[in-house]
Design a binder for this molecule. Structure first.
Ligand code: 5GP
Ligand code: ZN
Length: 114
C-alpha cells in the first residue's frame, strides 16, 4: 500500500528497530507504550482492518496470535498475564490502517477498557 506507515516500515523506507521478523510478520515496540512491554505484531501483508480479512488470512492471524503468546512467554509474562488487542475503526481508536496486534504486559490492566 502506497501511503501506509507500517508498509513503509516493513519495506525499510522508514528506519525502525525491528525486534523480530519472519516471512509473515514483523514485531515492533510501540512508539507510545501504554505498558512496560507494548509491542505490535504486524503482518507483512497489507490488510487495512479486521473488516478486510478473508478466509485466506486465517493462518496468518493464527501466526500473529501465537507469536504474541511466544513473545509474552519469552519475557516471563505467560504466568502473570498480558493483553492482546486489535483495534478496529473509530470507536476502538484505530489510527494505523494496517492490522496489528497489540501485546501489552508488565502491569495490571483495567477491565473494562476505557
Ligand atoms: P492503533 O491505534 O491503530 O490500534 O495502534 C497504532 C499504534 O501504532 C499506536 O499505539 C501508536 O503508538 C503506534 N505507532 C504509530 N506510529 C508508529 C511508528 O512510527 N512506529 C511504531 N513502532 N509505532 C507507531
Ligand atoms: Zn500497510
Amino acid at each position: 500500500m502506497n501511503d501506509c506507515l507500517f508498509c513503509k516500515i516493513i519495506a525499510g523506507q522508514i528506519p525502525s528497530p525491528i525486534l523480530y521478523q519472519d516471512e509473515a510478520v514483523v514485531v515492533l515496540r510501540d512508539i507510545n507504550p501504554q505498558a512496560p512491554l507494548h509491542l505490535l505484531i504486524i503482518p507483512k501483508k497489507h490488510i487495512a482492518s479486521l473488516n478486510d480479512l478473508s478466509d485466506a488470512d486465517d493462518a496468518l492471524v493464527g501466526l500473529m496470535v501465537r507469536r504474541a503468546a511466544a513473545i509474552a512467554k519469552e519475557h516471563g509474562y505467560d504466568e502473570p498475564g498480558y493483553r492482546t488487542v486489535f483495534n478496529t475503526n473509530r470507536d476502538a481508536g484505530q489510527t494505523v490502517f494496517h492490522i496489528h496486534l497489540h501485546l501489552l504486559a508488565g502491569r495490571s490492566l483495567a477491565w473494562p477498557p476505557g
